[in-house]
Design a protein around this ligand. Structure first.
Ligand SMILES: Nc1ncnc2c1ncn2[C@@H]1O[C@H](COP(=O)(O)OP(=O)(O)OP(=O)(O)O)[C@@H](O)[C@H]1O
Ligand SMILES: [Mg+2]
Length: 356
């Protein structure tokens, strides 16, 4: 994650291209804080349309982004600091520890290290790294290795180019999720779990100022919450989406026939149960890997986190205090956005606040 350091740029754009919606945020840098200039969230698919990921061809995104640039009055030629992200199966991130290596040897050594630690291999792999710290006593280095594929980056650059943008920094999603929290907060020691619940996936990040960084993507999100309701209540996707937004996980709001159906098919887990199951697995893994179970809090962000009753549901099932995280917390807000705290913008804010 980026350390709090002074950024050189004057304005920045954070662009989070999600499967359900595109989030764009425009910030102005002032001294050591940021002022919100503008932001927008625009769906990639018309509301209420049931879609699968494979329906989302690449050409769907550029027109949405262009429209947002126009309505936010952003002159693409003047953008100096554009930060966007890639996520999902073809990206990975891992913190490793190695003996101290001078800069000129680091890159080639890490390439070989990466093969041991990251699931991506071959000539298609693009590797990046960030030295997090050098341990005083042992002189060992803690390094964050990230990798993605050439194909994924090319597809991403094509979307940006089609929208008239010149690609700038491209981060891995989970890193930006960590930044949205770490750059915004004074955190105490201990481990914070951040869940960015999107439509088709949830980025899970374990962030700690002193312990190991861990991140993975869980293939469940808000889309699957809607699918559950659709099945349980036997209604259309559009009706289920409306129902979800109005009632969330508050089972007392759901009528009798569907209440029993929520736990009806024992063999089939609901999306909420799947997420709990996967988070539990990762927590167990983390305890083994990092040797710490000092879990302080679960912070929820992403559109899916707005599901009514979800923080309580997660807290009950994992026994860790859980709350929505307000990513606008440290931004200076103009009057028209004074009470803004939409967690759906967290990743975009993490991107825009990233130092060069
Ligand atoms: N008020 C709300 N209550 C419940 N769910 C909501 C609410 N508002 C939005 N959502 C859900 O949030 C999801 C979209 O969130 P988000 O924009 O973070 O996803 P995305 O980034 O497009 O998806 P992904 O990262 O999986 O590609 C959708 O499933 C939508 O139904
Ligand atoms: Mg997303």
């Amino acid at each position: 994650m980026a350390k709090k350091k002074v950024a050189k740029f004057k304005e920045s754009i954070g662009l989070d291209i999600g499967s359900h919606s595109v989030k764009m945020i425009h910030l102005k840098k002032q001294h050591d804080s940021f002022r919100l200039l503008n932001y927008e969230v625009k769906p990639t698919v018309p509301a209420g349309v049931d879609y699968t990921i494979s329906d989302l061809t690449l050409d769907r995104f550029a027109p949405v982004i262009s429209g947002m640039l126009r309505s936010m009055k952003i002159n693409t030629k003047k953008i100096k600091h554009l930060v966007s992200s890639v996520g999902g199966d073809n990206t990975s991130i891992k913190q490793i520890r190695t003996i101290f290596l001078p800069d000129e040897e680091l890159e080639s050594a890490l390439f070989f290290e990466a093969k041991k630690h990251l699931p991506i291999s071959g000539s298609d792999m693009i590797l990046d790294y960030q030295v997090l710290s050098v341990e005083e006593k042992t002189n060992n280095m803690n390094i964050l290795l990230t990798s993605t594929t050439k194909d994924l980056l090319m597809e991403h650059s094509q979307i940006l180019a089609d929208a008239g943008l010149t690609p700038g920094i491209v981060d891995i999603e989970s890193l930006a999720v960590a930044n949205s929290f770490a750059l915004n907060n004074f955190v105490e020691d201990g481990v914070y779990i951040i869940l960015n619940i999107g439509a088709h996936k949830t980025n899970m990040v374990m962030y700690s100022p002193i312990m190991k960084f861990f991140a993975r993507d869980i293939p469940w999100g808000g889309f699957h919450f809607t699918k559950d309701i659709m099945k349980i209540k036997d209604i259309s996707f559009e009706q289920a989406e409306d129902f979800k937004i109005e009632h969330g996980l508050k089972t007392e709001e759901i009528n009798e026939e569907s209440k029993s159906a929520i736990t009806l098919d024992i063999s089939e887990k609901t999306a909420a149960e799947q997420i709990i199951h996967e988070v539990k697995r990762s927590l167990r893994f983390y305890v083994k890997e990092a040797g710490s179970s000092d879990f302080r809090k679960i912070l929820l962000v992403g559109g899916g986190s707005k599901l009514i009753g979800l923080p309580e549901y997660i807290a009950d099932h994992l026994n860790i205090p859980t709350e929505l995280f307000n990513p606008f917390i440290n931004l200076e807000l103009p009057d028209k956005y004074r009470d803004q705290q939409d967690p759906q913008l967290a990743l975009a804010i993490g991107l825009a606040m990233r130092p060069e």
